[in-house]
Design a protein around this ligand. Structure first.
Ligand code: ATP
Length: 238
């Protein structure tokens, strides 16, 4: 379980996140939805150890991980697939994937090879591009590569920052299918951050709405999908 308890984050002197509480149970996909600038990326970056919270705690399976540097957070089992994919365009697909397990790679080459095989079985589309440069992939393939790289460290929880951004609806559906496989076959917890609220509500068990750095609404997928405030503000139906 991931538990976020009263987490606040400042960037410089500005308080961006205000006492955030939420949790992800084993076997769940939790979606966090919100408008541009609501604080979604800041929240994921805080969970991933890229920002240090100014108050509150983040606990992953009974260990407090807030305050750990990002590399240690990955080792503890939390992996971030960042906004914009951040693929290394001049490295091959294989090299990009191996970066997901980089610090362990030299010590545990066998584990890296095993994980690589597992990921390529999950993403057959990447297998045929293994020796191609990341920059030569389509947007959808790059997103799959970013997710595959995030899974290389065998995380307990994977965080995805707007994976649907800029992709055609058919590709978005393929990504959502992949998230279901990650949840069901790997048993990995998922946090999905999206401005694409319809997509986010297709696959999640629980959803939270963040607005100006505050969690303002939460509930099950059905509760959030039928919430009048969510419908008028985020689903574009009056
Ligand atoms: P988007 O969908 O556009 O990425 P978001 O919900 O992820 O939006 P954040 O990127 O977390 O939002 O930004 C939340 C707020 O924090 C915004 O008001 C933004 O301007 C501010 N902010 C984010 N990063 C910085 C920074 N490095 N310096 C100053 N302000 C920042």
């Amino acid at each position: 379980m991931l538990k976020v308890d009263g987490v606040s984050t400042h960037i410089g002197k500005i308080k961006i996140l205000h006492e955030i509480y939420f949790q992800v149970e084993k076997g769940q996909i939790v979606s966090i939805i919100g408008a541009n600038g609501a604080g979604k990326s800041t929240l994921l970056n805080t969970l991933a150890g890229l920002y240090r919270p100014t108050s509150g705690t983040i606990t992953l399976e009974n260990e407090v991980i807030s305050g750990y540097p990002a590399n240690k957070v990955v080792e503890k089992g939390l992996s971030l697939v960042p906004e914009g994919r951040q693929i290394f365009t001049n490295l091959t697909v294989k090299e990009n994937l191996l970066l997901g397990i980089f610090s362990k790679y030299y010590k545990e080459k066998k584990l890296a090879e095993e994980n690589l095989t597992k990921i390529l079985d999950m993403f057959p589309g990447l297998k045929k591009h293994l020796k191609n440069l990341g920059g030569n992939l389509s947007g959808g393939e790059q997103q799959m590569l970013a997710i595959g790289r995030g899974l290389m460290s065998n995380p307990k929880i994977i965080l995805l920052d707007e994976p649907s951004m800029g992709l055609a609806p058919k590709i978005v559906n393929e990504i959502l299918d992949t998230l279901m496989i990650i949840k069901e076959d790997l048993g990995t917890m998922v946090i999905l951050v999206e401005q694409n609220v319809k997509a986010a509500l297709k696959v999640c068990d629980q959803a939270y709405v963040i607005d100006q750095g505050r969690m303002i609404i939460n509930g099950t997928r059905d509760e959030i999908s039928s919430n009048p405030q969510v419908i008028s503000a985020y689903l574009g139906i009056k």
